[in-house]
Design a protein around this ligand. Structure first.
Ligand SMILES: *Cc1c(COP(=O)(O)O)cnc(C)c1O
Length: 357
């Protein structure tokens, strides 16, 4: 049976990217060695990092004065690295859910960290509006896509202070005006590569402004100065990221990706908005994530959720169970998910609705 992979993360990658990774595991670019057994200092691997950085810059149209680095530790390590490197007195955070809260918690260990606004009152099912960024903050932190709650900020805010964004789950899903940001970071395992590598895009001039000692490994400058080679980088995930970046470029880049992602999201939200049985959890259309589409059964059918999950699993749907903090279902529709999978899910819901409504 064909599987439709809606996993939230680690998640679906293009089949050819996986196949080319498998080839490199057996024989890395005709060298007679596996990519698993070469030195990261080998002359073969430096070009991988260089090309990955170049493709980041090209696809995201990153201006001069920025660096791109690849580290281990996941996005969660960035929750402390950002304040370690940037917070002298005060930082500001927009609280849009679990990941934003975790980032805010870490900042509090380094100085004053204020919550500018929060959508906690409605279980984070919207993006707060009408707040102002404190002009005396060292930086302002946002989470552009809230993977768990299915909300997304697609506006590149004008910020009076350095803007820092966790883009773990929507990077490369659409064009971004990188010039508005001081730092963009994310774990690669949602929309770029397998787990194990974290990307950081950083404007060089935001560094060097805090007075504390920063441990060498947690200092961005270390990794910028050493081109992500200060210590052993996650070799295999970086290589798969490169293959995926090449694939994205061949597909027409981020404008083309965005078009596909809009089509998939519109198809599913449209169905949900017209269904008698299912409903989207995020009411405001402009706040709805294109990457993680959360939905539940309407009150009259709530007791059917488990049955639907079984039914859909039997039809090849993978990873559609919602996060426990939201319940219901979540269809993650990352770049590599074809629109046919979204249609298959809708067919599944339609059939279940007919039989049970
Ligand atoms: C998954 C996720 C994280 C955590 O990433 P790790 O790489 O597991 O640390 C952080 N932020 C967002 C928005 C995420 O989706």
């Amino acid at each position: 049976m064909k599987k439709h992979n809606f996993n939230a993360g680690p998640s679906i990658l293009p089949r050819e990217v996986i196949e080319d990774t498998a080839k490199a595991v057996l024989d890395f670019e005709g060298q007679g060695l596996s990519i698993l057994e070469i030195s990261h200092r080998a002359k073969y691997f430096q070009p991988v990092v260089d090309e990955a950085v170049a493709l980041f810059k090209e696809l995201l149209n990153i201006p001069e004065g920025y660096s791109v680095i690849f580290l281990g530790g996941g996005a969660s390590t960035q929750f402390c690295m950002v304040p370690y490197n940037l917070l002298e007195k005060k930082a500001a955070y927009l609280n849009t859910g679990v990941w934003a809260k975790k980032a805010l918690k870490e900042a509090k260990g380094f100085g004053e960290a204020v919550e500018v606004a929060s959508s906690a009152d409605k279980n984070f099912n919207y993006i707060p509006k009408g707040w102002t960024i404190p002009a005396d903050a060292d930086y302002f932190h946002i989470t552009t896509n809230n993977t768990i709650y299915g909300t997304e900020i697609r506006e590149d805010f004008d910020s009076p202070v350095p803007l820092v964004a966790d883009m773990s789950s929507d990077i490369f899903s659409r064009p971004v005006d990188v010039s508005k940001y001081a730092i963009i970071y994310g774990g690669a395992q949602k929309n770029l590569a397998p787990a194990g590598v974290t990307f950081i895009i950083i404007r060089n001039d935001v560094l060097g402004k805090v007075s504390r000692y920063i441990p060498t490994m947690l200092n961005y400058q270390t990794h910028i100065d050493n081109g992500s080679m200060f210590n052993t980088p996650p070799v295999l995930p970086i290589y798969t990221a490169l293959l995926n970046l090449r694939y994205l470029k061949a597909q027409g880049g981020l404008a083309a990706m965005e078009k596909k992602n809009i089509a998939k999201a519109e198809l599913l939200y449209n169905y949900l908005d017209n269904s008698k049985m299912f409903t989207a959890t995020v009411p405001n259309k402009e706040d709805r994530s294109r990457m993680n589409i959360c939905f539940v059964m309407r009150d009259a059918y709530k007791d059917k959720e488990e049955e639907f999950l079984k039914f859909a699993t039997g039809k090849g749907m993978v990873g559609i169970k919602g996060h426990r903090l939201v319940g219901g279902f979540r269809a993650s529709c990352y770049n590599a998910l074809p629109i046919e999978s979204v249609q298959a899910l809708i067919d599944c819901m339609t059939e279940f609705e007919k039989a049970n409504a």
